[in-house]
Design a protein. Structure first.
Length: 680
C-alpha cells in the first residue's frame, strides 16, 4: 500500500522532535556541569585577591619588612561616564600625562595605566563604571641595608628573589583569595549576594634572632673601618654562644652589585684563627699540655721542601705561648702529633665544610678537602689556617663552642614563626650538633685567648674594664682567576666577650685593609673593641649588663718574664683586686700578626708579678667627655654619634629635633643618659 505523504511528514516531525528532546536531555543532564560553569563565566567576574606576605621582625619585635596595599588601574574608556573626573584623579595621583590621555581616549577599548597608586589617591574613581582597580600588595622594607642582605628581596611580581624571603617563601606568601562580581547585560560589574568569593589569607609572621640595635652598631663599625682602613669589604658576625642565636650579621662590599650576606656566602682562609682550634683538639686527645714546650727553631723551620718562618725568632715556646704569640712553627710542630684523619675530623667536627643549617639559600659550605687529596705540605698549611675555607658564620660557630664549654650549636637566624592568627607554630630551641671538647679543654683555650688580647698579638683589642679573649689572623687573599694576589690580605679577629661568662662571640673580617698595618690584630681587633664599647653604651644591644662583672686581670703563665712597664704598674695600682693582683706588662714592639708561612707573631710575653693592693681599690672613673652636637643629623646618625661617644640615649618627642639634655658641648661622664629630642 502506498505510503501517504502525510504519514511521511508526521514521521519526520516526530524524528526531529525526538532529536531535539534527546539533545536537550544531553545538554541538561549529561553536560549540565559544563554549561553551568560556562554560564557562571558569562555572568560572574572572578578576580584574584593577592595574599599579604607575612611580616618579618627583629628579635625585639621591630618591624623590618611589612606590606603596603596599592592599586593598579585598568580602564575601559568607552564605558566611562565621567572622563574628566577620571583624568583629573589620575593626574593628581601621579600618572604620566600621556597615559592620562589614553585612559579617556574612546578610540581605545582597554588601557592599563602603568605603575601603582595608593588607594586613597584613586578612591574617587575606583567605583566608577569603566574603571577596574586591581589590588596589589607591595613589600616595604624598613630595616638597614645590612639586614636587607639577610632578609632578601621580593620582585615586582611578588616572587621572592633571595634571602629569607626565598628560603621561607612557603610560610611567608600566604594563600590568595578570590572576589566574584555579577555582570549585567552590558558587561558592567555589580555586587550580588549570590557571588561568593574567598578571602585571602596572610602569610606567617617571622621573627629573626637579629637585634636591630646591635646590627646597626655593627654596620656603623664596619662602615667606619672600611673608610678609615681603605678596605674593599668586610663582614661582622655576632652570636650568642649559649643558644646559637645570630644577633648581628653585617656585610659590606665596595662593589654595590653584591646583594647577598657575604658573611654566609663567601668563604675565606681563616689564617691563624685556626690555631686555637688545633690546640683544643690536641688538649682533648691528650696529645699536648698547655705548658708543654716545643723547639721553635729560632724562627726558621724547613719542612717538606719549604721554610716556615716566625717573625720573632724564639728557641722554644709552650703551647699556650704558641697561641699567644701566634707561632707558625710552634703550631705546625704540635699539629704533627695529629694523624691526617684526626686533623681532618677536627675541622669537620668544628662545622667546617658543611652548611650550618640557617635558612639562607646562598649559604656556602666552605671547603675542607679529605686527606686523600692532601699534599705533603697540607697538614702544616691547615694548622696555620690555609688550604681550608670557612665562612665568618662557620668560624663564629666554632668559637662559640669554645665559649660555651665545648658544644657545637646549630646557629639560628629565625627565632619563631606565627600564623595569621598570632599562634606560634615554630620556635627555635638550642640544638647541639655535637660535643667537640670538654668544658675543661674549653676553659683552657679561653685562658689562651685572653692572653692573646692581654699580652699577645691583639693588644689593640684590649678592653680596660672587661675581659676579652680572641685570636687574630691574616691570610693572603685568593682573587678569582689569579690565585694568591700580591698585597691582598684578609684580616680577621675572632673574639669571646667577656671571657669568664661569654655573652658574645664576635668575628670581624676585613678585606684588603690599607695603611700602616693589614694584620688582623691591628685592624679587625680594634673594630671588635669599638663595637663592644658601643654595645655597652647602647640601651638595647642584647647585653645582660647585670651579668657583666668588673675585670680582674688574669694571671698569665709564661716561659718568659720581661720587666713590667709603667702603664701596667699604674693599672695594678687602680684595678679592682684582692690583696694581691696580677700585673701584666705592656707588649714589646708589635710589628706583625702571624698568618701565612712567611709570617708569625712576635711580641714578648708579659711579666707576671704580685703586688699588694688595697681590698677596696677601684678603677678611676673615665674622664668627662663632651656631648656631641647632633642637631640637623638624621635620627639614626644622631643615635650612633651619642652611643659612640659613650652615652646612653633616651628618646623624647619635642622641638627642636636634635636638641639634647645635657646640651651639646656639655661635659658628662661615660654612661650618662642623654635625652635626645625628635620631631613628634
Amino acid at each position: 500500500m502506498p505510503i501517504e505523504r502525510t504519514n511521511v511528514i508526521h514521521g519526520a516531525l516526530l524524528l526531529f522532535a525526538g532529536a531535539i528532546v534527546a539533545k536537550a536531555a544531553h545538554v541538561q543532564i549529561v553536560q549540565h556541569g559544563q554549561w553551568k560553569a560556562r554560564a557562571a563565566q558569562l555572568h560572574f567576574d572572578d578576580d584574584t585577591i593577592p595574599a599579604p606576605r607575612g611580616t618579618i621582625t627583629d628579635a625585639s619585635g621591630r618591624v623590618l619588612v611589612e606590606n603596603r596595599e596599592l592599586v593598579r588601574i585598568r580602564v575601559a574608556p568607552r564605558e566611562l561616564r565621567d572622563r574628566a573626573r577620571v583624568a583629573a584623579t589620575l593626574g593628581k595621583a601621579g600618572a604620566a600625562k600621556e597615559w592620562v590621555r589614553r585612559a579617556v581616549d574612546t578610540t581605545r577599548k582597554w588601557v592599563e595605566v602603568p605603575g601603582t597608586f595608593l588607594p586613597t589617591d584613586v578612591a574617587a574613581i575606583t567605583e566608577q563604571r569603566g574603571v577596574y582597580p586591581q589590588p596589589v600588595v607591595q613589600r616595604v622594607f624598613s630595616g638597614s641595608e645590612g639586614i636587607r642582605r639577610v632578609v632578601g628581596r621580593v620582585g615586582g611580581d611578588g616572587r621572592p628573589l633571595d634571602g629569607i624571603e626565598l628560603a621561607l617563601d612557603t610560610l611567608l606568601r600566604g594563600e590568595r583569595g578570590t572576589a566574584m562580581m555579577l555582570r549585567d547585560g552590558k558587561g558592567g560589574a555589580l555586587e550580588s549576594p549570590f557571588a561568593r568569593g574567598q578571602a585571602a589569607r596572610a602569610g606567617h609572621a617571622v621573627t629573626l634572632t637579629i637585634n636591630a640595635a646591635l646590627q646597626d652598631i655593627c654596620e656603623r663599625a664596619l662602615a667606619d673601618a672600611l673608610k678609615t682602613l681603605g678596605a674593599t669589604g668586610g663582614d661582622i658576625v655576632v652570636m650568642n654562644p649559649h643558644d646559637g642565636d645570630v644577633l648581628a650579621l653585617a656585610s659590606q662590599r665596595s662593589d654595590v652589585r653584591t646583594t647577598s650576606a657575604t658573611a654566609l656566602s663567601e668563604p675565606f682562609e681563616p689564617g691563624s684563627t685556626m690555631k686555637p682550634l688545633v690546640a683544643a683538639r690536641l688538649l682533648e686527645l691528650g696529645r699536648a699540655k698547655a705548658d708543654e714546650v716545643v723547639n721553635t727553631e729560632n724562627g726558621e723551620y724547613a719542612l717538606n721542601g719549604r721554610v716556615i718562618h716566625d717573625d720573632e725568632p724564639r728557641k722554644e715556646l709552650a703551647l699556650r705561648d704558641v697561641i699567644r704569640v701566634s707561632s707558625n712553627i710552634g703550631i705546625v710542630k704540635f699539629a704533627q702529633r695529629l694523624a691526617p684523619r684526626e686533623q681532618f675530623e677536627m675541622m669537620r667536627d668544628m662545622g667546617f665544610g658543611s652548611p650550618t643549617g640557617v635558612p639562607y639559600p646562598a649559604e656556602s659550605r666552605g671547603l675542607v678537602r679529605p686527606p686523600s687529596k692532601w699534599t705533603p705540605q697540607s697538614p702544616a698549611s691547615m694548622a696555620m689556617g690555609y688550604e681550608v675555607a670557612v665562612t665568618p658564620l662557620q668560624l663564629a660557630t666554632a668559637y662559640a663552642a669554645v665559649a660555651n664549654g665545648g658544644s657545637l650549636l646549630e646557629p639560628a637566624l629565625v627565632r619563631e614563626v606565627r600564623d595569621d592568627e598570632g599562634n606560634v607554630v615554630w620556635r627555635h630551641e638550642p640544638r647541639v650538633v655535637r660535643r667537640v671538647m670538654s668544658p675543661r679543654t674549653a676553659a683552657t683555650v679561653r685562658e689562651m685567648l685572653e692572653a692573646v688580647v692581654d699580652s699577645g698579638t691583639s693588644t689593640a683589642a684590649d678592653l680596660a674594664s672587661f675581659t676579652l679573649g680572641g685570636k687574630s689572623g691574616t691570610a693572603r687573599r685568593v682573587e678569582r682567576g689569579i690565585g694568591y694576589a700580591a698585597g691582598h690580605y684578609n684580616a680577621v679577629f675572632a673574639g669571646i666577650f667577656p671571657v669568664e661568662d661569654p655573652q658574645f662571640v664576635i668575628v670581624v673580617k676585613l678585606e684588603n685593609p690599607q695603611g700602616d698595618s693589614y694584620f688582623g690584630g691591628k685592624t679587625a681587633g680594634p673594630v671588635t673593641k669599638g663595637l663592644i664599647q658601643a654595645a655597652l653604651a647602647a640601651r638595647d644591644a642584647a647585653l645582660d649588663r647585670a651579668a657583666l662583672a668588673p675585670r680582674v686581670l688574669p694571671k698569665a703563665r709564661s716561659a718568659y718574664s720581661p720587666k713590667p712597664s709603667a702603664r701596667d704598674t699604674e693599672r695594678a695600682n687602680t684595678a679592682v683586686a684582692p690583696r694581691t693582683v696580677t700585673v701584666v706588662a705592656a707588649p714589646l714592639d708589635l710589628r706583625r700578626d702571624s698568618n701565612d708561612v712567611d709570617a708569625v707573631d712576635q711580641s714578648a710575653v708579659r711579666y707576671v708579678v704580685r703586688l699588694p693592693a688595697p681590698k677596696t681599690s677601684r678603677a678611676p672613673a673615665s674622664p668627662p667627655r663632651a656631648v656631641p652636637a647632633v642637631q640637623g643629623l638624621p635620627l639614626r646618625d644622631a643615635l650612633y654619634a651619642l652611643h659612640r661617644a659613650g652615652f646612653h640615649v633616651r628618646l623624647a618627642n619635642g622641638a627642636p629635633a636634635g636638641r639634647t639634655i645635657p646640651a651639646a658641648g656639655s661635659l658628662a661622664a661615660a654612661g650618662t643618659e642623654v635625652t635626645l629630642y625628635r620631631a613628634p
